[in-house]
Design a protein around this ligand. Structure first.
Ligand code: NAD
Length: 318
């Protein structure tokens, strides 16, 4: 019997790449059910390449719907949990949906997993839970100091997930990844927003002086790391997933301008985001040594490929 994987948020950016990689890599050995509410950030078109494959099923619904979640978790052997509200700026404007989805939704999934028992639960999280770091990098044991309602809701969900391991012995593994880039990311985060606007001839808004530093990774490398964690990660553990490749937003924008044939006169410096974390940097020694993972995509090529994808797929977000 194929192993049944439930992927929450699989119509979003990273979840759709993960679902596709599972069905490409393990045809016949796995079946995949995607549970996704199709919020503004989810896009049914993200599943076009796998929709007709045997072993694939899409269920439109919310991770907060306890009856639906109970049924789907009951049918699954493993759960990989991506579903979340993910945009920091939206969380600053109104955090309520972030608490509902990221905290209560995760809690609803964990409760179902506890009731049914015996299921691996991969909780996909973010470097943002650690806060901001001036120098060096965070190991997994570093205290959490989230700054935004988004990162605070993710930190809460990480702790809730880990508590189900400690209290009930649930087979939970938590991952924390740096910023991803690649095709099919909803155009509100910096790369897809800036690329789509630059390609359309518009200006782009850069926060503050653009000196904030982020670590960047192609989504394919994240997917590969998650697969190692799903199959070989140790229960109750946290795995940081970082590329070690850091860019200031200014450096990132310079690269995007070049790739989109645009100049700095298209950049508008705007008031900084409240509570804007200065720098993120993960120590990923654990996943590299324990699970043998290493990122393979070079950032420059990954950026060029991503710009190319948005250039060729200008209908995608419509
Ligand atoms: P995304 O916003 O592209 O996708 C989120 C998906 O979740 C969407 O398809 C949306 O419809 C779905 N969703 C939202 N609320 C739901 C609900 N109540 N029930 C069911 N589905 C719901 O996000 P993403 O960038 O693909 O991120 C996926 C996960 O990875 C998130 O948990 C995020 O915190 C984490 N993460 C993202 C990044 C990044 O750079 N994008 C980096 C590290 C970690």
């Amino acid at each position: 019997m194929p192993k049944k994987i439930l992927i929450t948020g699989g119509a979003g950016f990273i979840g759709s790449h993960y679902a596709q990689s599972l069905l490409d890599g393990h045809r016949n050995a796995l079946s995949v059910t995607v549970l996704d509410k199709l919020t503004y950030a989810g896009n049914a078109k993200n599943l076009d390449e796998i929709r007709e494959l045997p072993g694939f099923r899409f269920v439109r619904g919310s991770i907060c719907d306890a009856d639906l979640v109970d049924e789907l978790v009951g049918e699954a052997d493993e759960i990989v949990h991506f579903a979340a509200e993910t945009h920091v700026d939206r969380s600053i404007a109104d955090g309520a949906e972030f608490v509902r989805t990221n905290v209560l939704g995760t809690g609803t999934l964990l409760e179902a997993a506890r009731r049914h028992g015996g299921r691996r639960f991969v909780h996909v999280s973010t470097d943002e839970v650690y806060g901001s770091i001036a120098t060096g990098s965070w190991p997994e044991e570093h205290p959490l100091r989230p700054s935004s309602p988004y990162s605070a809701s993710k930190a809460a969900s990480d702790l809730l997930a880990l508590s189900y391991h400690t209290t009930y012995g649930l087979d939970v593994v938590v991952t924390r990844c740096c910023n991803n880039l690649g095709p099919r990311q909803y155009p509100e985060k910096i790369i897809p927003l800036f690329v789509t606007r630059l390609l359309a001839g518009c200006t782009v808004p850069l926060y503050g002086t653009g000196e904030n530093v982020r670590e960047w990774m192609h989504v394919d490398d994240h997917v590969e790391a998650l697969e190692r964690v799903r199959t070989r990660g140790r229960p109750g553990e946290i795995y940081n997933i970082g590329s070690g490749v850091e860019l200031t937003n200014r450096e990132l924008v310079a690269a995007l301008l070049e790739l989109c044939d645009a100049d700095w006169d298209r950049v508008e410096f705007v008031a900084d985001r409240p509570g804007h974390d200065r720098r993120y940097c993960l120590d990923s020694t654990k996943i590299r040594t324990e699970l043998g993972w290493t990122p393979r995509r070079d950032l420059r090529t990954a950026l060029a490929d991503t710009v190319d994808w948005y250039r060729k797929n200008d209908e995608w977000a419509a």
